[in-house]
Design a protein around this ligand. Sequence first.
Ligand code: ZN
Length: 247
Amino acid sequence: MRYLVISDIHANLEAFETVMAEAKTIGYDKVLLLGDLVGYGADPNAICEKVRELKPDALIRGNHDKVGSGVESPEGFNAVARSAIKWTYETLTKENREWLAGLPAGPMIVDDTIEICHGTPFDEDAYVFDDLDALRAMHAARRPLCLFGHTHVQVGHYLSRDQFGLATADDQRPLGIPLDAANRYLVNPGSVGQPRDGDPRAGFGIVDIDAREMTIYRVEYPIAQAQARIIEEGLPDVLAQRLALGR
Ligand code: ZN
């Protein structure tokens, strides 16, 4: 059984289609989606429709899905995020808005090995920024492999009986993370549509349950096209610029 793990698409159609094509070449059986389908990017309706067609086996909402569909107010958002999410709300069709509003909150148990969440297993909106956050999230997780998104940083942590460390110290991609049955893991597959770890390529992961390994990937996509769409829709220029920087 191989799970494709994707997160933080953020209405970036060019990145999403590239990731799906690449994943198809690599091969997977099921899809896990960790939230933030919309917000920032120029194609929220197309993403909602394509994700529905994809029929993910597990799908949870992100904070931008909540605000973009009107479930929550944009109170905690900065000015740029707020202007993009207002545009998203107004641009989404009624059908897509209602579908997004109905997405379940994480965390969600997938099987004996995997649990997914948007931010952390104890709070869907909390960020894992440092080791302490990561440890707290791992202790809250009910499965040995906890997959999360929200930070847009592709990173993995492990916890063994006497050690806590980085499972992604090597910056080569693709990178295989062997899943030792005695350890716990907390892995962010990276953001499909708006990476913020300095690498502008789209991120995703594949968990191979039988081989006991998770592999994280980066793939180049037509960034200039995604930027042109953002400008075309009148969204803030900075949202186009940051895609090229991966910030
Ligand atoms: Zn996000």
